[in-house]
Design a protein around this ligand. Structure first.
Ligand code: GSH
Length: 203
């Protein structure tokens, strides 16, 4: 098994955490989006990370990879079996991959990626709008959904992995979650990010 892509990507991190929580190990090829490496482009023709290879099977997209792994390695289950909880888990994964990452990504791209890749000065207006207008309602929404240690049911699921992942990007950008303003969300997030799967999801 090979995962292509830098773990700075919330999508790559999500995939690495999922693999670790399955008790699996993977070879790593940390690279940026659109890297020309032929083996990577065979997995991800559009150049998005993560790319994934398992034997002669190749695919990209973090959710597609994780669903594949769930079928291949059913235990421990990271998607619930009950229809309602399954749907809730898919909902949170989709929410994280689209709404949350698109807002958090503006902060991370401007404050971290631009510097790392020498792409010029950050657009602080974009950062401020994301921090003060776009992210707070999302955090408030999540605050209202946290009822215990896991977002769905009574064990870790893809929902926890997907939603927690972009919070690492905010931390790396110097904007961790405000625990006083969103205490329930912070109380859920801290133990999830302290799991070895998250701690070790680095290049
Ligand atoms: N839906 C995809 C999104 C992957 C994605 O957009 N990754 C970013 C890096 S964080 C990327 O490769 N961007 C380059 C591009 O969109 O062309 C997934 O879940 O893997």
């Amino acid at each position: 098994m090979i995962v292509y892509g830098s773990s700075l990507s919330p999508f790559v991190r999500k995939t690495l955490v999922f693999i670790a929580e399955k008790g699996l190990t993977t070879e790593r090829k940390p690279l940026p989006p659109h890297d020309p490496m032929p083996a990577f482009r065979a997995c991800s023709p559009l150049g998005k990370i993560p790319g994934f290879q398992d034997g002669d099977f190749q695919i990209s997209d973090s959710s597609a990879i994780c669903h594949y792994l769930e079928r291949k390695h059913p235990e421990p289950a990271l998607f619930p079996s009950a229809a309602e909880d399954y749907a809730r888990t898919i909902y949170f994964d989709e929410f994280a991959d689209t709404t949350l990452i698109s807002a958090a990504g503006k902060v991370f791209f401007n404050l971290v990626v631009r510097k790392l890749m020498r792409l010029g000065e950050p657009d602080m207006a974009v950062v401020q709008t994301a921090l003060t207008e776009e992210l707070p309602p999302l955090f408030t929404f999540l605050e209202g959904r946290v009822e215990g240690p896991y977002l769905v049911g009574d064990r870790l699921t893809m929902a926890d992995i997907a939603v927690a992942s972009p919070f690492v990007n905010l931390q790396l950008a110097g904007h961790p979650l405000d625990a006083e303003r969103w205490p329930k969300l912070a109380g859920w997030l801290a133990p999830i990010l302290a799991r070895p799967s998250f701690v070790n999801a680095k290049d």
